[in-house]
Ligand binder design. Structure first.
Ligand SMILES: Cc1cc2nc3c(=O)[nH]c(=O)nc-3n(C[C@H](O)[C@H](O)[C@H](O)COP(=O)(O)OP(=O)(O)OC[C@H]3O[C@@H](n4cnc5c(N)ncnc54)[C@H](O)[C@@H]3O)c2cc1C
Length: 299
């Protein structure tokens, strides 16, 4: 039996030769050999066991909002967590969420429940898994601030890790090598829903004014270097509006690349390389990408 047959036996959905431009928020990228979507956590864990034993390449993605896939696609299996999205509020101030739960949906639930602390997530289109992996944050907060426990699949079993025992940095987590996040528990605090909504509205208004949210993009391209915010640096270097093919540094915010509709990953990566080179040559600053680039690099 083939790997695809074994996967089908578990019950997961399989899409062969799946165009990753349909999956990622930047809408670029070639074909994945297979996109596999488990329907529940049980299928997810069985699938991870099977893939680990198979020796074939695989990668887990949440919403694909921080990921650029090469035009040559992805060899092996992309595991999508998008159906693993249960959220439960328990014990008054705890939120339990599966790995594919969208951060904005959690925020909406917590506002209704009168729980504060998740406002950092306003406007971040990622999932619990991608958010913890990236230590997503904005508006003065990061996911690590509210993370009490993360459960990961590691070496064939699900283990719980206390948030306090994990090291996080700016847009970086240090989970044990090979971990896949399955679910998480967040600790929040009772707060007036009207006040929470007021802060969230303020954050969203600022995003709408300063970020190109109406066009396909993948959030900040570069981490802010210690010397200067990446957007300010790129603006000063004249990158606003600079394009290659269908990809362009946004005129609204120079740390965003937008897709005019026909961009390739090659166009996007061309812009990234150009910005890195000029930042180093003209200002002596090393830019590090925040966005993750995955797949077959045949360049
Ligand atoms: C319009 C826009 C605005 C944004 N604003 C912000 C912002 O303000 N702050 C911010 O921090 N980010 C921002 N982002 C970037 C992005 O939304 C975050 O990084 C988010 O946390 C990524 O989540 P995801 O589910 O989309 O991750 P994906 O892109 O699917 O994956 C990102 C990485 O996480 C890994 N991963 C995903 N799920 C798991 C899992 N279950 N276990 C282990 N690893 C996993 C993937 O393998 C990959 O390496 C923005 C993006 C967009 C498009």
């Amino acid at each position: 039996m083939s790997l695809a047959d074994d996967i089908a036996l578990i019950g997961c959905e399989i899409d062969l030769k799946y165009p990753m431009s349909k999956y990622t928020s930047l809408r670029v990228g070639g074909l994945a050999d297979a996109l596999v979507t488990p329907n529940n956590l049980d299928e997810f864990k069985k699938l991870l066991d099977l893939l680990a034993r198979s020796g074939e390449p695989w990668v887990v993605l949440g919403a694909g909002s921080n990921t650029v896939v090469y035009d040559t696609g992805i060899e092996g299996t992309v595991v999508s967590t998008r159906k693993l999205k249960n959220i439960e509020i328990a014990g008054g101030d705890k939120v339990f969420a599966e790995t594919g739960a969208v951060l904005g949906t959690i925020l909406n639930r917590t506002i209704k429940a009168g729980l504060g602390g998740f406002e950092f997530a306003a406007g971040i289109p990622g999932t619990v898994g991608g958010g913890i992996f990236m230590n997503a944050g904005a508006n003065g907060g990061e996911i690590k601030d509210v993370l009490e426990t993360v459960w990961v699949w590691l070496g064939g079993e699900e283990i719980a890790i206390d948030g306090k025992d994990l090291k996080f940095e700016y847009r970086k987590s240090y989970l044990p090598e090979g971990s896949v996040i399955t679910r998480a528990k967040f600790g929040l605090r009772p707060e007036d829903p009207v006040e929470i909504e007021r802060s969230v509205k303020e954050y969203m208004d600022k995003r709408n004014r300063t970020q190109p949210i109406k066009m396909s993009n993948t959030g900040s391209i570069f981490k802010n270097p210690p010397e200067i915010p990446a957007g300010k640096l790129l603006d000063e270097l004249g990158f606003k509006g600079l394009s290659i093919g269908g990809a362009k540094f946004s005129e609204m915010h120079a740390n965003f690349i937008v897709n005019a509709g026909c961009a390739s990953a090659g166009d996007v990566l061309g812009l990234i390389e150009k910005a890195k080179k000029e930042a180093l040559e003209k200002r002596g600053i090393t830019l590090e990408t925040e966005v993750r680039v995955i797949g077959k690099d045949n360049a």
